[in-house]
Write a protein that binds this ligand. Structure first.
Ligand code: CAA
Length: 255
């Protein structure tokens, strides 16, 4: 696992390119540590997660490791993956998946746990677990239908068919598709744009969207009102509105 922080952006790179960055339990634990470290780092406002090499973001959970596991160990692994991906989904800082190639199985699930997915033209998504006698186990059966609808999610999970980047964009699985050589640059640009906004507002927006998708509409809008009030209570709210009226750029302070 590699992590660097520059210009307010933490970039985490899954670094096992020979196995197409397949996730074993050691990598899942390292990913968890890296994400928690990035969340705690005051100098980072936004995270980017990507894969090393030109070919893969993450080609899934490590099949060689999984083949040797007992049922109980398999259960522990799925729960570890779910835990790490829920941490990614729920940390306060926004997380961008820079999908630089295959995002299959656990890789697709990792991308879906991120807030925004930006894919290289050559990226391929998919949940091919049925080929292996299992089902998606790091949240795929839950997050894919939430992102693309239950019919399409069933189609792709039951057939195991891969989803090329352009189709992923049409489905709402990828939020932008860019040239492979420009992927990290575009992700840094988007991260920089978000990092320039009022930090508490960004955090509250992420939280309200996440929370609202898990509850009924009335509870969701009630939560939105609380998150809105928190943003409204900040000095950055006064600064943002004053800057707009004075036709100048806002200088946010994160409070
Ligand atoms: N686990 C372990 N090793 C993997 C892997 C995985 N998920 N994916 C690829 N690798 C390894 C290959 O075994 C190969 O290793 P060797 O060089 O030692 O033989 C190396 O990475 C390169 O892969 P390929 O030679 O297969 O490369 P390719 O270009 O021919 O094919 C691919 C690329 C289509 C992505 C193919 O590797 C593939 O289908 N990978 C498996 C994808 C998959 O089924 N993912 C789901 C895993 S299950 C899961 O994730 C469960 C869950 O939800 C928690």
């Amino acid at each position: 696992m590699l992590m660097e922080i520059a210009d307010g952006i933490a970039t985490i790179t899954l670094n096992r390119p020979k196995a197409l960055n397949a996730l074993n339990t050691a990598m899942l634990n390292e990913l968890k540590e890296a994400v928690l470290a990035a969340e705690a780092a005051v100098e980072a406002a936004v995270l980017i997660i990507t894969g090393a090499g030109e070919k893969a973001f993450v080609a899934g959970a490590d099949i060689a490791q999984m083949r040797e596991l007992t049922t109980l160990e398999g259960r522990r692994m799925t729960m570890l993956g779910q835990e790490v991906f829920q941490i990614i989904e729920n940390i306060e800082k926004p997380v961008i998946a820079a999908v630089n190639g295959f995002a299959l199985g656990g890789g697709c699930e990792l991308a879906m746990a991120c807030d925004i997915r930006i894919a290289a033209e050559n990226a391929k998504f998919g949940q091919p677990e049925v080929n292996l006698g299992i089902i998606p186990g790091f949240g795929g059966t839950q997050r894919l239908p939430r992102l693309i609808g239950r019919g399409r999610a069933k189609y792709y999970i039951l057939t195991g068919e891969m989803i090329p980047a352009a189709a992923a964009f049409e489905l709402g699985l990828a939020d932008r598709v860019v040239k492979a050589g420009e992927l990290l640059e575009v992700c840094r640009e988007v991260a920089g744009t978000i990092a320039g906004k009022a930090p508490v507002a960004v955090r509250m927006a992420k939280r309200a969207i996440n929370r609202g998708l898990d509850v009924d509409l009335a509870s969701g809008v009630a939560y939105e009102a609380e998150a809105y009030t928190t943003a409204f209570s900040t000095a950055d709210r006064v600064e943002g509105m004053s800057a707009f009226l004075a036709k100048r750029a806002a200088a946010f302070q994160g409070k």
